[in-house]
Structures are given as structure tokens and as C-alpha cells.
Design a protein around this ligand. Structure first.
Ligand code: ARG
Length: 409
């Protein structure tokens, strides 16, 4: 068995169970390229500050770039015995360049290293999500324009309420996604901060240059307190919460489309290429994408609750519990990106059945307009409401629609 990077004080090798139980490489390799980016910036700074020789910096950068290439080409072999992404990469670097590799970890701890990579990852993915939401908004606006003259019923309590333009309906979601987007944009301010330079908890003894590292990595702020920097995950909680809210909005849209595309409503025709069939019922055209978005909102809510529970009652500063921050975030990133793409495609491809929506928007959905008409003529609104209510009640017993009334009967 190869020696652990932290193996100095141990006289027994690690129990195989412990190795299996504590590893995170099976999921945190997602951070590999961000970890390398962080290490290159750190190595450059160490060389510039004369903390390590410039030749070593050069060897480190070259070695890391080779490793990056191997990872991109899927040639890099990840080993559970090296626990996590950081130590896998550092071990490979030392194997490659020898002693100089062992200098990379000067003035750094895995505690500030991991959270630097995590923040870089989340910054990039939050920007992706913002862009995807903007795309979706554009498609909603196009739909609203396309159907500006189509009338449909607005519902309250899922009962026909009042007639609206279909554009009014689509633009409601455009507004919701605008707020979702703004929440992600606001979150970026608190993600975009450099923790590196905090060490394990108490800071770093070497004459490091954090402004330089922040600039190299594109962070716009530097975290001031090393205890906070290594142990706070509220930026990720905020992200997970933003994902949960956005999923709730997408789930509502999904539910609308699922109902509207049922034979009972027939307001919406979903494109064939975005629906799936049944293995037994030949007539079926199922809105599985929408159902999955509605269903996946469950896991995204769960991810928020997971991480909230991890940090609750956690004493300052870093504890290994914090390794549990990654899977919920990775899962939410993947789920929300897929869901936004799915909703965008549905918005783009959905066709409204004008005849159906128009028909459903007539009849008793016009009762408020009739009451308003009477109120305009001077009848107190409460009384107008009552009058129209009794007309509706009468017509229902006669099996008649609102349009059928005349001055006579
Ligand atoms: N894999 C760890 C994590 O994800 C990295 C930090 C480990 N630090 C430590 N002192 N064991 O949090």
C-alpha cells in the first residue's frame, strides 16, 4: 500500500472500511479542473513571493497542466486510497515532478483549498443557470407575442375565473423566472469571494499575496476571516434555496401544461418529440418531461434540507461533515439545468388550441364583466354581484350559457 500524504504520525495503515467510508473522490472529481486552477494560482503566488523557488513554480504549473490534459482526455486514474480530488491530484503531481510537487501545499490547507475549488465551481454554474433562465424568458416572450390575440380562461381554484389573453398567462411565468434569475445574480456576490489564504482555520504564516491570487482566479472579493472562510457554507445554502424556489416555479408551469394538454382541457398540444409513448396503450402521448420536472423538484428541496441539517449544530470551524456539502449541490446543479432546458423546449414547442381556449373563456367566465357593466350603470357593485349571481344560478338550472340571455328572458 502506498503511503498517505498525511501518513507521518500513523503506525498502522488505514482500515479498508475507513478508506471506503471517508472517500469523496467518487463524487468530488467534479471539482478537478477548479482545483487545478486554484493550485496554479497558488503556485504562481508562492513563486512570486519567493516562498518557493521560481523553478519549482514552473515545474508545478507544467505538471498540473499535464494532469489537466489527462483528466480532460479521461486518462487520469482516480484512486480511493487517496481519498479526495485534492490529494489524488497532488499525489499525481509529486509522482510526475518529484520533490517540487511537495512544495505546492506550502501555506495552504485542504480546508481552504476545497472551498476555493467549490466556490469556483459554483460561480461558473450559477452563471450558466442565469444564462439558461434568460433563454427561457426569451422563449416565453416569443410565445406571448405569438399568442397575444388568443383568449383563454384564467383560473382561480382551478375554476374558470375571467377571460385573459394567452400572453398575459405566459408573461406571468416570465416574471417569476425574472425573480429567480435575480436571486441567482444576487447570490453571486456571496459566492464570488476568495477563501484561499485562510489555511486550516487560523490563517497562514507565510508572506502570501491574496490580492494576487484573487485576481488570478477572478474573485472580486477576499474573505476577511479565516475561521469563517473555511467553515461557512451559507453561500451554498442560498444557492440550494434559490434552486428550490426556481424548481417550484417550474413545477407549477409543468403542472399547468400537464393539465392543459389532457384531453379534458385540450388547450395545449405538446410536440411529439418532447413526449413519450406507452408500452401498452397505443393512443398515449405522455408529458414525461414535465412530470419529471415536477417530480425532481422533490430532490432539489431535499438537497436544501440536507445541507441545512449538515451545518446545523456544527461547531466552528471545519469539520469533516462539510464534505457532505458537495453531492446536494452537484445534484441540484445538474437537475435545475436539465429542468430549465426542458421547460424552454416545451415553451418553444407548445401549440395553443385557440378554439378550445376561446370557448372555455366565454360563458360564465364573463360574469364579472356583466357585474362591472351594471356597476358602471350605477348599480352598487355588491348588488350587481348578487343580481348576476342569481342570473347564473337560474341559467345553470336551465342548462343555459350566459351568452343566451336577452332582456326578455
Ligand atoms: N474532502 C474534504 C472535503 O470535501 C476536503 C477537506 C478535508 N480536510 C480535512 N481536514 N480532512 O471537505
Amino acid at each position: 500500500q502506498e503511503k498517505k500524504l498525511w501518513g507521518g504520525r500513523f503506525s498502522e495503515s488505514t482500515d479498508a472500511f475507513v478508506e471506503e467510508f471517508t472517500e469523496s473522490i467518487s463524487f468530488d472529481k467534479e471539482l478537478a479542473l477548479y482545483d487545478i486552477k486554484g493550485s496554479i494560482a497558488h503556485a504562481k503566488m508562492l513563486g512570486k513571493q519567493g516562498i518557493i523557488p521560481q523553478e519549482d513554480t514552473e515545474k508545478i504549473i507544467k505538471g498540473l497542466q499535464e494532469i489537466e490534459q489527462e483528466i480532460k482526455e479521461n486518462k487520469f486514474i482516480w484512486k480511493k486510497e487517496f481519498e479526495d480530488v485534492h490529494m489524488n491530484i497532488e499525489k499525481a503531481l509529486t509522482d510526475k515532478i518529484g520533490e517540487a510537487g511537495g512544495k505546492l501545499h506550502t501555506g495552504r490547507s485542504r480546508n481552504d483549498q476545497v472551498i476555493t475549488a467549490f466556490r469556483l465551481y459554483l460561480k461558473e454554474n450559477t452563471q450558466d443557470i442565469i444564462n439558461l433562465l434568460e433563454d427561457l424568458q426569451r422563449k416565453l416572450l416569443e410565445k406571448a407575442k405569438e399568442y397575444i390575440d388568443v383568449v383563454m380562461p384564467a383560473y382561480t381554484h382551478l375554476q374558470r375565473a375571467q377571460p385573459i389573453r394567452a400572453a398575459h398567462y405566459f408573461l406571468a411565468y416570465l416574471e417569476m423566472f425574472q425573480r429567480d434569475k435575480e436571486r441567482f445574480i444576487d447570490n453571486l456576490k456571496r459566492i464570488d469571494m476568495l477563501p484561499l489564504g485562510s489555511g486550516a482555520v487560523a490563517g497562514v504564516d507565510f508572506p502570501i499575496d491574496r490580492e494576487y491570487v484573487a485576481k488570478e482566479l477572478g474573485f472580486s472579493q477576499i474573505m476577511r476571516n479565516s475561521i469563517d472562510a473555511t467553515s461557512s457554507r451559507d453561500f451554498a445554502l442560498e444557492f440550494l434555496s434559490n434552486c428550490a424556489i426556481c424548481m417550484a416555479n417550474m413545477s407549477r408551469f409543468s403542472e399547468d401544461m400537464i393539465i392543459y394538454s389532457s384531453s379534458e382541457f385540450s388547450f395545449v398540444e405538446l410536440p411529439d418529440k418532447l413526449t413519450t409513448g406507452s408500452s401498452i396503450m397505443p393512443q398515449k402521448k405522455n408529458p414525461d418531461v414535465l412530470e419529471l420536472i415536477r417530480g425532481k423538484s422533490g430532490r432539489v428541496y431535499g438537497n436544501l434540507v440536507s445541507l441545512l441539517t449538515v451545518v446545523k449544530g456544527l461547531p466552528l470551524a471545519y469539520n469533516r461533515d462539510l464534505q457532505e456539502d458537495k453531492e446536494p449541490v452537484f445534484d441540484s446543479v445538474k437537475t435545475i439545468k436539465g429542468s430549465i432546458v426542458g421547460i424552454t423546449k416545451i415553451v418553444e414547442g407548445a401549440k395553443l388550441n385557440k378554439e378550445k381556449t376561446q370557448l372555455a373563456a366565454g360563458g360564465f367566465a364573463l360574469a364579472t364583466d356583466l357585474a362591472n357593466y351594471l356597476a358602471e350603470k350605477g348599480v352598487p357593485f355588491r348588488q350587481a354581484h348578487h343580481i348576476v349571481g342569481s342570473i347564473v344560478g337560474y341559467l345553470v338550472t336551465q342548462g343555459r350559457e350566459l351568452e343566451s340571455i336577452t332582456w326578455e328572458s
